[in-house]
Each structure stands twice: as C-alpha cells, then as structure tokens.
Design a protein around this ligand. Structure first.
Ligand code: ADP
Length: 224
C-alpha cells in the first residue's frame, strides 16, 4: 500500500497517517515531524529550516526532497509500502516525488485528500496550540499556512485526479469516523491496486458520505 496525503493544516493528516501506517504495517513518513525533530535536536538541517517553520512558510524543496528520498529508500527495504504525510506541497514536489517513486519502483497507488473548511481547521489548530505549543499554531501563522495551502498545494489535486489515483474524504467529522471511512475505502481498493494502473482507474469522491449519514458539518467532537 503506497499512499500520499494531501490536506490543509488541521485536517488530520498526522492522525490519519498514523492510523493507516499501523493498519497496513507500513512506515509513516511525516515531513513536518521529521523537520520538527531536526529543529528540536538543533542539527544543521534543523537550524537551516527553523525560521521557515516558525513563519509557516515552505522549507526549500531540495531539503524536504532529500529527506523524503532517504525515507523512501528505507521504506523500500521494509517491503515498499509507505504513507507520505506533508509532501507534496507544491507542483514541483509532486513531480519530484513521482520521479523518486519511478526510480525506486514505488510510485503512489492512492493520493488521499482530506477536506475540511477553514473555520473548522482554524478551530482545531487553535485548540491544538493550547495543548502542544507548536511555534506555528498562532492565529497569524495559521492564516499564512492556510493561504499557502490554497495557493500552491490544492492545485496539485487536479494532477492526481487526472492520474486516476485521487480519493477524497470528508474530514469534518471525528477522527475515528474519518479513519474508519479511509480504512474501508483503502481495504476495498486493495485488491485492484497491484493489477489496475492509475490511468485505468477513476478518482473516488467520498466527501458527500458524511452528509448521507447525517453529519452536521461541524461536530464538536471532531479532533485532529
Ligand atoms: P501542517 O500541515 O499542519 O502545516 P506539517 O507538520 O505537515 O503541518 O508541516 C509543518 C511545517 O513544516 C510547514 O508549515 C512547513 O514549514 C514545513 N514543511 C512540512 N512539509 C513540507 C514540504 N513538503 N515542503 C516544504 N515545507 C514543509
């Protein structure tokens, strides 16, 4: 199972990425986590990226891509599956990640898109700020991260849709409901993934399922 996740900040990439990784027993490669770990350890890479993280800006592509290439090589040694969380974040990274995948024989089977509206995302990020004290969870930096998502990250979705590997889910529900829907969709697709290439598949839009089952749109119980 080879999955990449595209979602605005606060949609739950980290939570759902960890769930998918545990379920399929594959490595969870989370670029934000890897970068924050470098910052915490004050490695040369950490010192070079700290300001970008604090300002909610993208760190230079070559830094993230180098890190991800290493992690993908390690993933290949453990069976070849992965969940990429936090990359790609712009079109150049999407192309580069595809090239790395081609080179290693492990291009993504599914581009998983988590969808949620800005009010809910901001609410979740501010709630997290109170608990975790991440340097980028302040109102100004959150606004900057959301703007960047719509400007440079969201446009990549069309590319995955054309490649037939896009799966969109409604992330405006509790983490456990969203997680269950993701695992059901991935389990249902699993038998096809090895045999049916992306170009012969269709994008899958599950975003109206929440409504069909009576979701109200902004559940108080939703968490990242
Ligand atoms: P979120 O999605 O909530 O913003 P992440 O943990 O995924 O959280 O990312 C935190 C920060 O790490 C980003 O704002 C950015 O500065 C940096 N970052 C993570 N992934 C990338 C990437 N692929 N390219 C550039 N910068 C990245």
């Amino acid at each position: 199972m080879r999955i990449l996740m595209i979602a605005p900040p606060g949609a739950g990439k980290g939570t759902q990425g960890a769930l998918i990784a545990a379920h399929f027993n594959i490595p969870h490669i989370a670029t934000g986590e890897l970068l924050r770990d470098h910052v915490a350890r004050q490695t040369p890479l950490g010192r070079a990226v700290q300001e970008y993280l604090d300002r909610g800006e993208l760190v230079p592509d070559e830094i993230v891509l180098g890190m991800v290439r290493e992690a993908m090589i390690a993933a290949k040694a453990t069976g070849g599956g992965y969940v990429l969380d936090g990359i790609p974040r712009n079109m150049a990274q999407a192309r580069a990640a595809y090239e790395i995948g081609l080179e290693l024989g492990m291009t993504a089977d599914v581009a998983l898109h988590l969808q949620a509206d800005d009010a809910e995302l901001t609410r979740r990020l501010l709630a997290r700020a109170a608990l975790e004290h991440r340097s980028d969870d302040t109102p100004e930096v959150i606004a900057q991260r959301l703007a960047l998502y719509y400007d440079v990250t969201a446009p990549i979705l069309a590319w995955y849709s054309e490649r037939g590997i896009l799966v969109s889910v409604d992330a405006m529900r509790s983490a456990s409901e969203v997680g269950r829907e993701i695992l059901v969709a991935l389990e249902a697709m699993r038998p096809f993934l090895d045999h049916v290439p992306g170009q012969d598949r269709f994008p899958l839009d599950l975003t109206s399922l929440g409504e069909a089952f009576g979701a109200t749109g902004s559940p108080a119980s939703a968490s990242e």
